[in-house]
Design a protein around this ligand. Structure first.
Ligand SMILES: *Cc1c(COP(=O)(O)O)cnc(C)c1O
Length: 443
């Protein structure tokens, strides 16, 4: 069958298969794959295998993206350079280590919609959140509160509480939570506007996700920033689930700062180097408090080893240490893979179709058993769908195990939510078809 498909001229085949109108059929999914301009990108990734040697149905790119072959090649190239050059690797070769992070800047800026001087790849996500708060959370007697969402990723919540304590502020009096209404999962903007209206003059910082990790809800970053700035509040976003997933325009939206990790939709390997954005209007502000290190110091005089800190007038001025170049190499290979695909506009275009297809299949085939808690409007969701199972007596753990036994990798959140992320770089429409088929069988 598949040989026939490959040897049939493309035009003939697509007319033949598009006659298949049953969306819950393999032929329909195959037709979508045939018409997908990014279909070949899958070949740039290593896909984990099932016991029988076939590909896993991998839907956990929201947690750990798969390995791009170019990332592997870049890491090996770096190991070779270290092996053969030793310290001279800092200066020699096509990608010397001293400026290695600079090779990533342009692509990182494109991914988040920033100017090159506004971004730097450095540290890890939670560390960057702290460094950004050192600069952008400067409480005064009157303005000392931080507003976050109730269900913030725990690391973000801990970071914010510890910043309050670091400044001697009581958490009870200074932490404001934007909470979904009773019996709802999604955040409601009316509630946020009301919090800002009521407490605006006392709020120093709003820190929110670009995409909420549990529900997959995309927040209106431009709108939130505008409303907050009108009250004199600084705004930062955690883009862990947004970078590489949806299109962003951080510069244009006037966001003050943002941080994101590179191992989810940016496919750079567990714990790899994170990204950080500081808006252009702040990068040259030497008045801002910051926790400084030598890698943030003016490049021309860094190695004079003098004691007066002179920050680089870009986001690089927030760097501390010489970076882990092995991880930066993985980021480079990953960014090159995204560039090959045509960048975020191309990825988002496919992502909308892929997730829409999954949503339609689930609604048609499993409508009664599954509630999709992710917003359904395209502008309010990314790749990920969060599925709540409405099945009496369902044993969540058994269900998750049954999926695994059938080659489906998803992530399960107690008591009954499955998060699935079809990723446009390496998932195809047939993966989605098989996911829904297997889920239906398991239920
Ligand atoms: C994944 C994720 C993190 C993880 O933080 P690390 O510092 O990279 O370990 C933090 N916050 C959010 C919102 C996340 O989704």
């Amino acid at each position: 069958m598949s040989n026939d498909i490959n040897s049939t001229p493309h035009t003939d085949m697509s007319t033949e298969i598009s006659a298949e109108t049953n969306i819950f059929s393999l032929a329909y999914a195959q037709n979508l794959d045939q018409n997908d301009p990014l279909a070949a990108m899958r070949e740039h990734f290593s896909i984990p295998k099932q016991a029988d040697g076939s590909n896993e149905y991998y839907f956990t790119g929201n947690s750990l993206g798969l390995q791009p072959k170019l990332a592997r090649a870049a890491v090996i190239e770096l190991l070779d350079a270290w092996q053969t050059r030793g310290v001279k690797g800092h200066f020699e070769g096509e990608f010397p280590w001293l400026p290695y992070h600079e090779f990533l800047t342009e692509q990182a800026a494109e991914i988040v919609g920033a100017l090159p001087q506004e971004v730097v790849m450095m540290n890890s996500l939670t560390a960057n959140l702290h460094f950004m708060m050192a600069s952008f959370y400067q409480p005064t007697a009157k303005r000392s509160k931080i507003l976050i969402e109730h269900h913030a990723f725990p690391s973000d919540h801990y970071a914010v509480e510890s910043q309050l304590k670091h400044h001697g502020k009581s958490v009870d009096d200074n932490l404001l939570l934007w909470t979904p209404r009773a019996h709802e999962e999604l955040l409601n903007y009316q509630d946020l506007w009301q919090l800002i209206e009521q407490h605006g003059d006392e709020i120093a910082l709003i820190l929110l996700p670009g995409v909420q990790y549990y529900t997959g809800q995309v927040l209106d970053m431009a709108g939130i920033t505008e409303v907050a700035h009108a009250k004199g509040i600084k705004v930062g976003f955690d883009l862990a689930h947004a970078a590489g997933n949806i299109e962003l325009s951080l510069h244009q939206w006037q966001v003050d700062f943002a941080c994101w990790c590179s191992y989810k939709y940016l496919n750079s390997g567990a714990g790899s180097v994170a990204g950080c954005f500081v808006h252009q209007r702040h990068v040259e502000n030497t008045e801002l408090n910051r926790f400084a290190g030598w890698w943030g110091h003016d490049k021309s005089s860094r190695f004079k080893m003098e004691n007066t800190f002179k920050p680089i007038p870009t986001a690089e001025g927030w760097q501390l240490s010489n970076p882990p170049v092995l991880s930066l190499a993985a980021v480079r290979g990953s960014f090159d893979t995204i560039s090959l695909a045509g960048g975020m506009p191309a990825l988002r275009k496919k992502s909308l179709l892929l997730t829409d297809y999954m949503m339609r299949l689930i609604k048609a085939e499993l409508g009664e058993k599954i509630r999709i808690i992710t917003p359904q409007a395209p502008a309010e969701r990314g790749c990920q769908l969060s599925l709540m199972l409405n099945v009496d007596g369902l044993d969540g753990k058994a269900m998750f195990n049954a999926l695994e036994e059938n080659g489906v990798t998803t992530d399960w959140r107690e008591p009954n939510v499955i998060r699935v992320a079809p990723v446009p770089l390496y998932n195809n429409f047939q993966d989605v078809y098989h996911f829904v088929r297997i889920l239906k069988e398991c239920l």
